[in-house]
Design a protein around this ligand. Structure first.
Ligand SMILES: [Zn+2]
Ligand SMILES: [Zn+2]
Length: 254
C-alpha cells in the first residue's frame, strides 16, 4: 500500500497545500487543495474519495475534480462520508449555486458523482484494502480513517481535539504502522486550539498516553508559520517518540 501526501498544511501559501492523501492510485482521503498538484493522468485514476469532515480545506477540490474528469468518468466518482457530511456537501456546494449537482449529471441514471454514506465504526472494503471510519472530536461531525491491507495499516486522524474514541479504536486495530495526526496550533494558542477543536502539542502528548502502541507518527495540518515551534514543542513533550513533520512530497510504503 502506497500513501502519497498531496497536501498537509493548515493553510495555503507558496508550497503549502491543504489536506489530501492518495492511497495507491485510486483512493483519496480528503480532497483539499493538494489534489490540484496531480497530473490529469493521475486524476483519471481516482475512483474513491473518503472525506473526514465538511470543512473547506478538506473538500475544496471535490467539485473541481469531478468537473475536470467529467468527460472521462464512465463510472461515478464515489465520495464516502458520514450522512451529515454528505448533507452539508449537497446543501452548500452541489446546490446549483456554488456548483452543479453532479449526482444527476449528465443524467440521473448515469451520474459522474455518487455519495456513499459511511458512519463511525463502519468499514468499507475497496480491493484488498479496508477503510474504517473512526469518530473524532471537531467543531463539525468528523471521522478519521484506519486504512489496512491486512498486513499493515495507517491511520489519518482528520481534524480533532482531545477525544476518547480514536485511541481505543487504534488499540483494537490489528496493525498500526503509521499514525498521521493533526496538530493545528502551538501551545501558546492552546485555548484557540481547544475552541477550534484541534490539537496543540500538549493535548496531543496527553492523548498519546491512551495509545498502547508506538507507531511512527507524522504531524499534519500545522498552521503556516508555526511549523518549527510546534515540532520543537512536540519533541519536548514526547521524548522517545518517532515524530516527523509531514511534508507535501512525502510518500510511504506500507
Ligand atoms: Zn476542520
Ligand atoms: Zn482542516
Amino acid at each position: 500500500m502506497q500513501v502519497r501526501v498531496l497536501g498537509c498544511s493548515g493553510g495555503i501559501g507558496a508550497g503549502l497545500l491543504t489536506t489530501a492523501f492518495l492511497v495507491d492510485d485510486d483512493v483519496l482521503i480528503d480532497a483539499g487543495t493538494g489534489v490540484g498538484d496531480l497530473t490529469y493522468e493521475d486524476m483519471k485514476g481516482i475512483r474513491h474519495v473518503f472525506v473526514t469532515h465538511s470543512h473547506l480545506d478538506h473538500v475544496a477540490s471535490i467539485p473541481l475534480l469531478v468537473d475536470s474528469l467529467f468527460d472521462e468518468l464512465t463510472e461515478p466518482l464515489v465520495v464516502h462520508a458520514q450522512r451529515v457530511t454528505i448533507d452539508a456537501l449537497r446543501r452548500h456546494i452541489f446546490n446549483w449555486e456554488i456548483w452543479p449537482d453532479f449526482t444527476c449529471l449528465p443524467d440521473a441514471e448515469r451520474p459522474v458523482l455518487r455519495f456513499e454514506p459511511i458512519e463511525a465504526g463502519e468499514v468499507c472494503r475497496i480491493g484488498a484494502r479496508t477503510f474504517e471510519a473512526i469518530e473524532v472530536a471537531h467543531t463539525v461531525p468528523a471521522v478519521g480513517y484506519l486504512c489496512s491491507n491486512g498486513a499493515s495499516a495507517f491511520c489519518f486522524s482528520g481534524d480533532t481535539t482531545t477525544n476518547d474514541t480514536l485511541w481505543p479504536a487504534l488499540n483494537r486495530a490489528e496493525h498500526l504502522d503509521l499514525l498521521i495526526v493533526e496538530v493545528g496550533f502551538p501551545d501558546r494558542q492552546a485555548e484557540l486550539a481547544h475552541l477550534s477543536r484541534h490539537y496543540s502539542p500538549q493535548s496531543l502528548a496527553a492523548d498519546l498516553n491512551k495509545l498502547d502502541r508506538r507507531p511512527r507518527i507524522a504531524v499534519t495540518h500545522i498552521k503556516p508559520g508555526d511549523e518549527d515551534r510546534i515540532m520543537d514543542e512536540l519533541a519536548a513533550a514526547l521524548p522517545g517518540y518517532d515524530i516527523h513533520r509531514l511534508q507535501g512530497d512525502d510518500a510511504f510504503t506500507l
